[in-house]
Design a protein around this ligand. Structure first.
Ligand SMILES: CC/C=C\C/C=C\C/C=C\C/C=C\C/C=C\CCCC(=O)SCCNC(=O)CCNC(=O)[C@H](O)C(C)(C)COP(=O)(O)OP(=O)(O)OC[C@H]1O[C@@H](n2cnc3c(N)ncnc32)[C@H](O)[C@@H]1OP(=O)(O)O
Ligand SMILES: Cc1cc2nc3c(=O)[nH]c(=O)nc-3n(C[C@H](O)[C@H](O)[C@H](O)COP(=O)(O)OP(=O)(O)OC[C@H]3O[C@@H](n4cnc5c(N)ncnc54)[C@H](O)[C@@H]3O)c2cc1C
Length: 670
């Protein structure tokens, strides 16, 4: 048997901590690690889940392959009698975007969040058993961010006890819902509720759109796919669709009636729950997307880190561990480190803030069940803000990882182009990132205005209670080591965040109306929101380090990563920190010194730190990121697999190359 050479073994031997213990920290618990590890291996070893040919498939082949895999996933879930947790891991590791993401990720949560108990009892078993396949049809051709501006109507007909769902204009066509174009049989459709001639705004309705017998659209329904999207593979395996209704009738009890209902007599009745609960599915998915951002970024970082240790360029000649003369590993260039290591630190930071956000969401759900709605505004602000912050940083980070791999990063076989194409729309879907930051700033301005009324800020805004101190405090750093003190870091971030917010609040008073002020100051408000969200990530990382972290050397590595995450943010947003007086130019320079020294400290551990993500080669899908580092032979092997190399002389030679060459030859002879 051929011995598998581990080209990264020397790197692994340098690690100063227990990788196995770090894997548990990354997974969240020993249990989570064990389940995810088992399912990852199960997927990787099953040829039915092969995905290395995706880039060369046509749209139709890709779509069909995604359908096949989704059906196979369902079959395996049932055959193996997987629990809900195991089934989620299986879908995750299969790593193929298909209708199931929207069905499980949005359709089912929308029913759970907005339907009455009775409605749930009817629809959830159907959805859970895949007897119906659902999509989430909110966005329209003319309206995405502005949900209140949706045009689709749901008009109550008292005579027949039905709602009539209608698309009155082209711009009211539903546009984008995943799984809608070719697959979904049902949709949660967001439409303006009209009863007794009055428009009560946007509500959710459960609408069947295709026949369960022959899959044809039902009468009055026009539906199709919106077309190819950015990048090969990626989102093209999913059928984002359009949908138009021509007076389609549904029974009254298919309005999702948890938040409000319409009686048999056509009377609109509000319940005691806030109307924002209608947007509950968005809060749920935004929280999941934060976890997804740490995964997408960590995948890219894993690839770029392993490849940077394999790749060698220039440098003073030195010997490798076998005494052979070699060039410098690119990972030893300080520029490479200063681009890569903060991304590694961000992947860990987002993982931990994602864990915390999951807790916050679970806590919210428990409170909502007890009719306590007090934490809803904060949960909305945190999910919106952190979704925005982490997806923007992860999308930029994936792109940077691709550049960190030089030319080979641009090859499909690096896995990075598809990862980028699949992830970058997360900056837009589930709320455009700027629009979401404006929601956060609205929440911050409200919190600041309430300080004057004596209302005590709680949760992630608790720091605002110390506004008087934070507005005038001076950073105490005198030497580079002082930047390793978590309370110093925290105070600098709190001071920057509150000073930006307070400046916005003061400037807003200079405008004739709040609306005008919000519009004029929106770029500043976005910066204040970013500062607040970065503070949340920083504080959750620091809190994580205060927990009981076991494992040889694990805590020290996390401390170094936390320092890098925070100091790099200071470096990147120096303008904010200096202009608000949160730190001085001398302290900024000391922060940079400390950051450089942290890179050196991290260097020997980085391969082990990406190993701790515990990604299989199947999941990574990258020749550059292979666990064994055996990059070059495999790149060569992959190149041979390209369909262009199926024949020695390419198709088209006889039509287009040979005549051209002959013509030129003849011309030369004349
Ligand atoms: C097996 C797989 C399982 C799961 C996988 C799931 C996910 C996996 C991860 C990745 C996903 C991969 C694939 C899926 C891909 C794509 C899915 C994408 C789906 C979509 O995109 S669905 C469409 C999403 N659309 C949006 O997000 C629209 C954004 N716009 C809005 O949210 C709103 O319109 C608005 C908030 C921007 C403005 O609304 P408004 O004008 O009505 O509101 P106001 O600004 O006036 O605010 C009123 C009031 O309400 C508060 N508020 C607003 N939103 C919420 C909310 N969501 N929750 C709670 N409260 C909210 C706001 O703060 C105001 O409060 P105030 O007190 O009056 O100030
Ligand atoms: C891959 C993908 C999958 C999707 N899946 C679904 C789905 O399953 N179901 C569904 O219903 N929808 C889905 N969507 C739609 C998605 O939710 C919307 O695209 C998203 O909400 C943004 O809305 P928009 O496209 O209208 O952008 P717009 O709001 O038109 O944004 C355009 C620009 O205007 C700016 N802008 C907009 N409003 C403001 C403002 N108030 N202040 C300042 N700037 C502003 C934005 O920042 C952006 O730069 C999907 C989208 C994508 C890309």
């Amino acid at each position: 048997m051929e011995r598998i050479m581990d080209h990264l073994a020397h790197e692994r031997s340098k690690a100063q901590f227990s990788v196995e213990e770090m894997k548990i920290i990354w997974a969240g618990s020993l249990h989570a690690f064990q389940v995810s590890d088992r399912i990852a291996r199960l997927v990787a070893s099953d040829p039915g889940f092969r995905k290395d040919n995706r880039a060369v498939l046509s749209r139709k082949e890709l779509f069909k392959s995604a359908l096949r895999k989704a059906a196979y996933v369902w079959k395996r879930i049932n055959e193996l009698a997987l629990s809900e947790e195991e089934a989620s891991w299986l879908r995750f590791y299969v790593d193929e975007l298909a209708y199931a993401y929207i069905h499980w990720g949005m359709f089912v949560p929308a029913i759970k969040g907005s339907a009455t108990e009775e409605q749930q009892q009817k629809w959830l078993p159907l959805a859970n058993n895949m007897q119906i396949i659902g999509t989430y049809a909110q966005t329209e051709l003319g309206h995405g961010s502005n949900v209140r501006g949706l045009e689709t109507t749901a008009t109550f007909d008292q005579e027949t006890d039905e709602f009539i769902i209608h698309s009155p204009t082209l711009t009211s066509s539903k546009w984008w819902p995943g799984g809608l174009g070719k697959v979904a049989t049902h949709a949660v459709v967001y439409a303006r509720l009209i009863t007794d001639g009055q428009d009560y705004g946007v509500h959710g309705f459960l609408v069947q759109i295709r026949s369960l017998d022959d899959h044809f659209p039902l009468p009055g329904v026009t539906v199709g796919d919106i077309g190819m999207k950015f990048g090969s593979g990626a989102f093209n395996s999913i059928d984002n669709g359009f949908l138009r209704f021509n007076h389609v009738r549904i029974p009254r009890n298919q309005m999702l009636m948890k938040v409000s209902r319409v009686t048999r007599q056509g009377k609109y009745v509000e319940s005691n729950v806030p109307k924002q609960l209608l947007y509950g599915a968005m809060v749920y998915v935004r929280q999941i997307i934060v976890a997804d951002a740490s995964i997408a970024l960590s995948r890219a970082v894993c690839i770029a880190t392993r490849y940077s240790a394999v790749r060698r360029q220039f440098g003073p000649p030195h010997e490798d561990e076998n005494g052979k003369g070699v060039e410098t590993q690119v990972i030893d260039y300080k520029t490479q480190q200063s681009r890569l290591f903060p991304l590694l630190a961000s992947a860990y930071a987002f993982r931990f803030v994602g864990e915390w956000l999951k807790w916050l969401y679970t806590d919210l759900i428990q409170k909502l069940e007890a009719n306590d709605f007090s934490t809803l505004p904060e949960a909305h602000a945190c999910t919106a803000g952190l979704k925005s912050l982490t997806t923007s940083a992860a999308a930029d980070g994936i792109k940077e990882c691709w550049k960190l791999c030089g030319g080979h990063g641009y090859l499909s076989s690096s896995g990075l182009p598809e990862l980028y194409a699949a992830f970058v729309p997360a900056c837009t879907y589930e709320g455009d990132n700027i629009v979401l930051l404006l929601q956060v700033s609205r929440f911050l301005m409200k919190t600041i205005s309430q300080l004057q009324t004596g209302k005590k800020p709680i949760g992630t805004t608790a720091y605002m209670a110390h506004v008087e101190h934070l507005i005038q405090c001076r950073c105490t750093v005198q030497k580079a080591e002082d930047w390793l003190n978590p309370s110093v870091i925290l105070e600098a971030f709190e001071a920057r965040a509150i000073r930006l917010s307070v400046a916005c609040a003061e400037n807003l008073t200079k405008f004739a109306t709040p609306l005008q002020g919000f519009s004029e100051l929106s770029p500043d408000l976005v910066e204040a929101a970013v500062a607040h969200c970065q503070l949340i990530v920083v504080s959750k990382f620091i809190e994580k380090l205060q927990q009981n972290i076991e494992g040889n050397g694990v805590k020290q590595q996390l401390e170094t990563l936390c320092n890098i995450y925070c100091l790099n943010l200071i470096h990147k947003h120096l303008g904010d920190f200096l202009s608000t007086g949160s730190i001085s130019p001398k302290q900024a320079s000391l922060a940079s010194d400390q950051l450089r020294s942290r890179y050196s400290k991290l260097r020997s551990n980085v391969i082990a730190l990406v190993d701790a993500f515990n990604y299989t080669d199947h999941f990574l899908g990258s020749v550059l990121g292979r666990y064994d580092g055996n990059v070059y032979p495999k790149l060569y092997e992959e190149a041979w697999k390209d369909p262009l190399n199926d024949s020695i002389v390419p198709d088209g030679y006889h039509e287009y190359i040979q005549p051209l060459l002959k013509q030129q030859l003849q011309n030369a002879r004349l």
